[in-house]
Write a protein that binds this ligand. Structure first.
Ligand SMILES: [Zn+2]
Length: 336
């Protein structure tokens, strides 16, 4: 039988090829194929074949499922963690102390922490949802946060924008956010961009980071971030809320559906102002931050190809599968 192995991101450069077809004995498992690649695959890839590698069979993320039987025609995709390259700085004693409780997390450890330290994340906007994403990522030790959000704090922001303070009403949001983040973790570099996402700045801003936390309430901004992230091969986590409901999904370019597969155009009638509690914003923000941490550190299973739908009114959560739109103008190369 014959399978196709695709190499993505840095792995593609290390392998020197984007994909190859490999003949296998019937009954071959994924574990045997990976061992085979480590021993006899393209030179340079063995250093990537760690538990942190994301392995997909078709659309399924199966990186820990090494006993999975492969079938004729399977497409196996190998996606290394995206953290600004494989050169990750060592941890200082102070960092080992600060992050000790998460260093105990299975499959994370020293390597995961160093990947966070080497990484950069764009958070836009930085209000109820994005503020919580940024706060959790700063606590976790992401090295560089690029915050994009224009404008001044209003009284009606304060039920959910937890990085702000009452005394800051009428003042720009970002200096307040940066101060709060650095009060928590002085080693995080916070870059303040006093702009909302636009067609003029989105390519530049996405180009500065390894991953994108998409927390804007407006579809125009979310779809711009999606298109730039897909074009640049950057992971994007989309966080949305309304009243007491949340939606969360992850876009891994080349691997999963994108936001334009779900929303081919801006939905009509969507308004910036809507009913919501701060605790709902903090919930979806915390979940979004956890997705970013998993993607950068290379652990767990992401929401790529799935959407988490939650209703805090009755505390029901479910994951639904989402599919690529065949002629998606953003992620389907045939349509571009
Ligand atoms: Zn798409």
């Amino acid at each position: 039988m014959r399978v196709t192995v695709k190499y993505l991101a840095q792995l593609k450069h290390a392998a020197g090829i984007a994909s190859e077809e490999i003949d296998l004995e019937p009954g071959c498992t994924l574990g045997k194929l990976l061992a085979n690649l480590a021993a006899r695959g393209p030179a340079g890839i063995s250093g990537f074949l760690s538990p942190a590698l994301l392995v997909f069979v078709g659309e399924d993320l199966v990186h820990t499922d090494t006993e999975r039987l492969l079938c004729d025609g399977d497409v196996i995709t190998l996606l290394p963690p995206m953290a600004g390259g494989m050169e990750v700085p060592p941890l200082t004693d102070d960092e080992r102390g600060r992050y000790q409780w998460q260093l105990w997390v299975k499959d994370f450890g020293d390597t995961g922490q160093r990947r966070l330290k080497a990484s950069s994340v764009l958070v836009s906007r930085c209000g109820g949802v994005g503020g919580m994403v940024a706060y959790a990522l700063a606590a976790a030790g992401v090295g560089r946060l690029v915050l994009a959000h224009a404008g001044d704090l209003r009284l009606d922001d304060l039920n959910r924008q937890l990085l702000m303070s009452h005394a800051g009403i009428g003042r720009p949001r970002l200096p307040q956010a940066a101060r709060k983040l650095n009060d928590l973790n002085p080693s995080v570099e916070v870059v303040q961009v006093d702009e909302n996402i636009s067609a003029e700045n989105v390519t530049r801003l996405v180009g500065q980071v390894d991953a994108v936390a998409c927390c804007a309430p407006l579809f125009r901004e979310r779809l711009l971030m999606n298109a730039a992230a897909v074009a640049q091969g950057k992971a994007l986590v989309d966080c949305a809320m309304y009243e007491m409901e949340i939606q969360l999904t992850t876009v891994l370019p080349g691997q999963s559906p994108c936001l334009a597969c779900l929303y081919p155009e801006e939905p009509p009638g969507w308004r910036r102002d809507f009913p919501v509690f701060g605790a709902v914003a903090a919930t979806v923000g915390s979940l979004g931050a956890m997705e970013i941490i998993k993607i950068i550190a290379g652990l767990g299973e992401t929401l790529a190809g799935k959407m988490l739908v939650g209703d805090l009114r009755d505390m029901s959560f479910r994951r639904v599968s989402i599919a690529r739109r065949p002629q998606c103008r953003v992620c389907c190369s045939d349509a571009r």
